[in-house]
Design a binder for this molecule. Structure first.
Ligand SMILES: [Zn+2]
Ligand SMILES: [Zn+2]
Length: 248
């Protein structure tokens, strides 16, 4: 087992990462966009069809409204959400490789996908803030994937990254499957503003970045705090979004 891991580490050093598909791990042509093989690229549910005008999720076929079912029933505190793909089997693999297999270099490719996604939107923002994770989880995992993605994203965008302003004050249990209401309750007092960070964000427009958007409970909890701090507009950008199509 150890040898296998060592071999994996060595091959990562010898070969550039982009020769492997970020989803299935098959060897690919280096010129493949986003380092996705043809099969994974085709199976990805890109959010380029009809999307919710509030949260940005793909709308289910039988939903003729402009809002997804979740947004029809819930008031959200952010101004607008955007996402790149619908959370499914293929998208899950990429997230799993990043978060749990600790392939942190994937954050760079994910940031490229998110950067390209935002090119088609005409919104302006001054600061990019990643969704923070609790210090205990950070210690355990070794990195905050949202921060890594936001770091590469701001390099491409040439905008300001602020990963210190917002802090996570409560750790939530990720192993539990929670419904929308339970998520909301779970996130009460989960975030706060870092009193040592003196950034002035009053009147600014902020883009919050995370890897996944589900019910919007995290985005709302953060948005309430940022709006109270005087932020003007809050946009939320995720790599993948899921929930609405799965629940309904
Ligand atoms: Zn693949
Ligand atoms: Zn929605």
């Amino acid at each position: 087992m150890r040898l296998k891991r060592l071999w994996e580490k060595l091959t990562e050093l010898i070969f550039p990462h982009s020769i492997y598909c970020i989803c299935c791990g098959n060897i690919i042509d280096e010129s493949r966009p986003y380092a996705l093989c043809n099969d994974c690229m085709e199976h990805f549910r890109w959010a380029n069809e009809r999307t919710c005008s509030k949260c940005g999720k793909l709308l289910s076929e039988n939903n003729t409204k402009e809002l997804c079912y979740n947004c029809q029933e819930n008031k959200h505190y952010f101004d607008r959400g955007f996402t790149c793909a619908q959370y499914g089997v293929y998208e899950k693999k990429v997230i799993f490789n990043l978060k749990y297999k600790k392939k942190t270099y994937l954050s760079k490719i994910i940031a490229e996908i998110m950067y390209d996604r935002m090119l088609i939107e005409e919104i302006k923002y001054d600061i990019v803030i990643p969704v923070p994770i609790h210090s205990k989880r950070l210690k355990k995992r070794g990195f905050n994937q949202a921060e890594l993605i936001a770091r590469y994203f701001t390099r491409l965008e040439k905008t300001t990254l602020n990963s210190k302003y917002l802090i996570r004050t409560k750790q939530t249990d990720v192993s539990k499957k929670l419904n929308s209401e339970e998520r909301k309750l779970n996130l009460i007092n989960a975030f706060n503003i870092n009193k040592y960070d003196k950034s002035d964000i009053k009147g600014k427009n902020v883009l919050v970045i995370d890897d996944i958007y589900t019910t919007g409970a995290t985005a709302d909890a953060i948005s309430k705090i940022l709006k109270n701090a005087g932020v003007n507009k809050i946009y939320f950008l995720s790599f993948v979004a899921g929930g609405d199509l799965i629940i309904h």
